[in-house]
Design a protein around this ligand. Structure first.
Ligand code: FAD
Length: 844
């Protein structure tokens, strides 16, 4: 038997399996391969449509590149944002739960995060502030607890021309109204305590054109590139609804600006298209795998049944946001073996802290109507300098955070004791009238008092702080789900300073300062997540370079918040947009990357391309044989394992230190228990899944083989063999091979031997040994050397084994005796090993 080679031709494997009687149910459907004519090729695929993605889509399309934007969320034309309680209740993004809405809320250890899902990304729900990152806050070699440095590989001067481009496209202007109560209150309070305050540029249409006189609710003049929604927009009415989507189109969101311009230049914007994976192609370019959601299908689990489609491109731009792009990179790690080990690091919540000022008063003691519900969400920004630019500690901004008028009702009713006493008096009056036929039928006065005078909502104002917290959060997968290890502790001094400044502002307004309740649980909520695929000068210091190109993967770019190597400090969208503008310009200056299998790339475009289903996984082997009695059981094993290690024992040691593991849950079936008993290799079929977080989380078993006991030649020992063909979401093939060594070398150790699996994960799909030429299964004993991705040792715990015993099932004519036959076979083989006087050969 020659060395094991990855198998590219599934038909070859079929011929190997045929003699064993394990045929697929649909032999013609084993492998579906896209022919070159079917595959859709474009110059660039852009994932997401937020700040980084939209800017890049526009720049590339305007330069004549063919661009496809894949955005998971829906389009939101003016008037399309939810407002009713029923609509709001479903306005979240979780397709697995049948939700296809705007808000994507995450919870992690130590923090919560809110991002958006929709054409235009975070711009749909953001507060429009477009501040440039402070020049000195592009720090260098600033130590990060846990190792390494915050080190920005580009400077303010590098970004300045691109800041200007983005400000122009987004129509940034300063808040023009002089009589807005919260703006006045912020400006007066800041002056009273000597803080520097400004009106930051806002991406809002206050007048029909950028510098026109402000006037509420008049038509906005569309730019020459038109508007993809083809609906009229109106100027800002100061309703405070920026963060739940502007229904009159006054916000200059990315759909109204960059994405409309990109479309005008030919970009193909596809909504409800969610990218699941991608992989580099031999010879250049990337294949991107995605699903298309049907928002009318609200059944739980609908999204897991969607057909996976694919598209190929020269350049792949990840702009799925900090959570989205980091998750995609972590999830497709098996397709990206050379990616920097810094993947997942430098996470920061941009120092976000939300607090509340309640019950503001004038110096004379009258209620100060700060009216948080009036004006766009943010109108002012207090800046507190950093140690690097003349301050002490880490610098930050504090901004007024308005809210929609209707939330005043919530604020009023949130004062529960007061509300109970007010509504209680109404209830009491109603009861008295009912019991004693009271003379007062008009209860207007009571109702009015129940509603209160509204002074609380009128005199309260949320504050949003943000700044240079410590970017020491680490994003990983945990059982396949995104996890962030972040703690408030390392940024405590920063947060304490910011809170004391907020208290000063509160004092200047004679208001009560109130933390949001999360603070007391040592948690924060961030709307500005950053990092995970940090830019750096070289692969030891970052995942991508200063232009967002991933080290080791030419043509793969991260152009969104994930690429920020630390907190931006100010609101980050403009910096993300400028970073993407600069990177896209640089991309266009380079020669176009090669395109795999694309001899006709330079030819004139033919008919409109269509996306095609990704190559279908090989169907599982049939687990039924006509007339036979089948037996199955489910086995769950787990154990430490490490990537980059070839020996399972060493993999287990390293994996234990790093906290890395492999787990699988397999249903093992003997399709015909009689044939299974007669077969010297006792071959069964394995179905199920593997979870290995450092290889991208859950990997479904496309095809699996199991051999109960195989005799190594010249030995009294036995091996139980496992071989699982896996595929990561990007389409890269892997094989898990494992064996349990049943031997009497160390005495009577059947429990240990039959529950310990020495495991390798290999590149490619490795075929099982040919049962005709390798009747003793010798090939399975070859220890792989090439293409080993990971190794470790998996075990079954006694509890899992007890559960496994309950999963045995037999179906067919002789179901009653099948279990007994299996038990006899198992016990006989085990007895053969341990009762043998011959010592087991040392096969390791
Ligand atoms: C309430 C609120 C107020 C804010 N106010 C401001 C502000 O005033 N100023 C400011 O600068 N910032 C503000 N922000 C933050 C700002 O929205 C983000 O910093 C910014 O949007 C990040 O841009 P991005 O390019 O990284 O990604 P995003 O804008 O988050 O875009 C990512 C896009 O990718 C899509 N996506 C994700 N995964 C996939 C996938 N697998 N396949 C396809 N598509 C995918 C998402 O649906 C989304 O559309 C605010 C945020 C919130 C929540």
């Amino acid at each position: 038997m020659g060395p094991l080679k990855p198998c590219g031709d599934v038909r070859a494997v079929r011929s190997v399996l045929q003699p064993a009687g394990l045929l697929p149910e649909n032999p013609e459907g084993v492998a579906v391969t896209n022919t070159p004519a079917e595959v859709e090729y474009v110059d660039a695929v852009v994932v997401g449509s937020g700040f980084g993605a939209a800017v890049s889509a526009f720049r590339l399309a305007a330069a004549g590149e063919s661009v496809v934007v894949l955005e998971r969320g829906r389009p939101y034309p003016p008037g399309g944002f939810a407002r009713s309680p029923a609509e709001m209740g479903r306005n979240f993004w979780d397709p697995s739960g049948g939700l296809y809405g705007l808000f994507d809320a995450w919870t992690f250890r130590g923090l919560e995060g809110i991002v958006s899902s929709g054409l235009g990304g975070g711009s749909l729900i953001y507060a429009n502030v477009l501040l440039r990152k402070d020049e000195d806050w592009f720090v260098h070699r600033s130590p990060v607890p846990g190792g390494g440095y915050e080190d920005w590989p580009f400077s303010r001067a590098d970004l300045d021309p691109h800041y200007e481009n983005a400000e122009r496209m987004l129509g940034a202007v300063r808040y023009p109204y002089a009589d807005t109560p919260k703006t006045q209150a912020m400006e007066q309070s800041a002056a009273a305590v000597g803080l520097s305050i400004q009106r930051p540029p806002l991406a809002v249409s206050f007048g029909p054109t950028r510098y026109a006189q402000a006037e509420p609710n008049v038509a906005v003049t569309e730019p020459e590139y038109g508007n993809l929604h083809a609906r009229g927009r109106s100027t800002c009415t100061l309703c405070g609804e920026c963060d739940i989507g502007c229904n009159i189109g006054a916000k200059n969101t990315l759909d109204h600006t960059y994405l409309s311009a990109a479309k005008h230049h030919g970009a193909d914007l596809r909504t409800l298209h969610e990218v699941r994976g991608f992989r580099p192609l031999d010879g250049g370019g990337y294949e991107v795998r995605f699903v298309v959601h049907d928002p009318d299908d609200t059944a739980a689990g609908a999204s897991s049944r969607l057909l996976v489609r694919s598209i190929r491109c020269r350049r792949l731009v990840l702009g799925a946001g900090t959570f989205g792009s980091s998750y995609l990179l972590l999830r497709n790690r098996a397709s990206l073996p050379g990616i920097s080990p810094l993947l997942g690091t430098r996470f920061s919540g941009n120092g976000d802290l939300l607090t509340l000022l309640m019950d503001a008063h004038t110096d004379a003691g009258a209620v100060l109507p700060v009216r948080g519900d009036r004006g766009p969400v943010i109108t002012t920004a207090i800046r507190v300098p950093d140690a690097v630019d003349g301050g002490a500690g880490r610098g930050y901004y504090i901004e007024d955070a308005g809210y929609p008028g209707f939330l005043n009702w919530l604020l009023e009713t949130a004062q529960l004791p007061e509300v109970f006493s007010r509504t209680g008096s109404v209830a009491w009056q109603l009861l008295m009238n009912r019991l004693f036929h009271g003379q007062r039928s008009n209860i207007s006065r009571d109702l009015a008092s129940a509603l209160g005078d509204g002074h609380l909502s009128a005199s309260s104002l949320p504050l949003l702080g943000m700044g240079r917290d410590v970017p020491d959060g680490v994003m990983t997968l945990s059982e396949g789900r995104l996890e962030i290890d972040w703690t408030l502790a390392t940024s405590r001094a920063y947060f304490d300073r910011m809170r004391s400044t907020m208290e000063q502002v509160a004092a200047a307004m004679h208001a009560r300062f109130q933390d949001n309740p999360l603070w007391w649980a040592k948690r924060v909520i961030t709307v500005h997540p950053l990092g995970g695929a940090p830019a750096g000068p070289r692969i030891e210091q970052g995942v991508c370079d200063q232009y967002g190109e991933v080290f080791g993967y030419p043509g793969l770019y991260v152009l969104d918040g994930a690429a920020m190597p630390g907190p931006v400090g100010a609101n980050p969208s403009l910096t993300i947009a400028a970073f993407s503008d600069r990177a896209s310009e640089h991309m266009l200056e380079q020669s176009r990357p090669a395109f795999v299998n694309r001899a006709d790339a330079a030819q004139a475009p033919g008919p409109a391309p269509v996306s095609v289903p990704a190559p279908a996984p090989a169907p599982l082997l049939s687990v039924r044989v006509p007339g036979g009695t089948s037996l199955s059981f489910t086995e769950r094993m787990r154990g430490p394992a490490a990537v980059g290690v070839t020996d399972p024992r060493r993999g287990a040691l390293v994996g234990r230190t790093r906290g890395h593991s492999i787990m699988f849950e397999l249903t093992i079936t003997a399709p015909d228990i009689d044939a299974f008993g007669r077969d010297p290799l006792h071959t069964g079929v394995a179905t199920g899944y593997v979870v290995c977080d450092v290889l991208g989380g859950r990997l479904d078993v496309e095809r699996g083989w199991f051999n109960l006991f195989v005799h190594p030649a010249g030995s009294a020992g036995r091996r139980m063999l496992y071989r699982l063909w896996l595929r990561d979401p990007g389409g890269s093939a892997l094989t898990l091979v494992g064996y349990k060594e049943v031997t009497n070398r160390a005495g009577f150790t059947p429990w240990k031997d039959t529950t310990t699996l020495f495991t390798h994960v290999l590149d490619g799909h490795m075929p099982p040994p040919d049962p005709l030429t390798d009747r003793a299964g010798q090939a399975a004993f070859l220890t792989p050397e090439d293409g080993v991705r990971a190794a470790g040792i998996l075990r079954i715990s006694p509890a899992a084994f007890a559960r496994q015993l309950t999963t045995f099932q037999a179906t067919g004519a002789h179901a009653g005796s099948a279990l007994l036959d299996f038990a006899r076979l198992f016990a006989g083989e085990v007895a053969g090993v341990y009762l043998s006087t011959r010592k087991t050969r040392d096969t390791d």
